[in-house]
Design a protein around this ligand. Structure first.
Ligand code: T46
Length: 145
């Protein structure tokens, strides 16, 4: 199980790319990956997914005050641009058995979606608009507080 995340110390160092167990079929029927109770460093309370995203479109463009997420490219690929208020990093997701753990307090933008790609999000809480920080300047103030 991955380490418990420190909610108020979310720098890019606390973003993690984890392995999701992959079971390859011995008879050549392909692969199966499973996310169980202890696979992620938080309890999953909601699942959503992004699909049919045009290659020139961008998703995200915000941070969360409390929500933690695991993003998985279950099909195709896309880039996740991350910012912690100080540093920026781009992570390319293209494997269904890799999960990107994004703690709260990290700005994210998703772009360069390949044709047919699907981004699965396993997240720590129900949808709440008040948890979003949608202005980058506000995000920088939040990080300084
Ligand atoms: C994130 C990135 C990767 C709901 O009603 N329920 C939900 O669970 C979600 C996630 C969204 N919505 C509504 C709110 C908006 O009216 O769906 C609409 C689109 O949401 P949003 O503009 O936030 O979509 P993205 O793709 O920019 O962001 C989403 C997640 O909101 C966000 O947490 O990290 O995907």
């Amino acid at each position: 199980m991955a380490a418990t995340l420190e909610p108020n110390l979310s720098t890019l160092q606390t973003v993690e790319l984890i392995d999701i167990p992959k079971i390859s079929d011995p008879e050549g029927r392909g692969n199966l990956s499973v996310v169980e109770k202890n696979t992620l460093p938080f309890e999953v309370k909601r699942v959503y997914y992004l699909y049919d995203v045009p290659s020139d479109a961008s998703r995200g463009g915000h941070a969360h005050k409390k929500l933690k997420q695991c993003l998985i490219a279950v099909s195709g690929s896309f880039d996740v641009v991350l910012h912690d208020g100080k540093d920026k990093k781009i992570i390319h997701l293209n494997k269904p058995n890799k999960g990107l753990i994004i703690p709260n307090g990290i700005w994210r933008e998703l772009e360069n979606f390949s044709s047919g790609s699907v981004c699965l999000a396993l997240v720590s809480d129900v949808y709440e608009e008040s948890d979003y920080i949608r202005e980058f300047e506000e995000f920088k103030l939040f990080k300084r507080s």
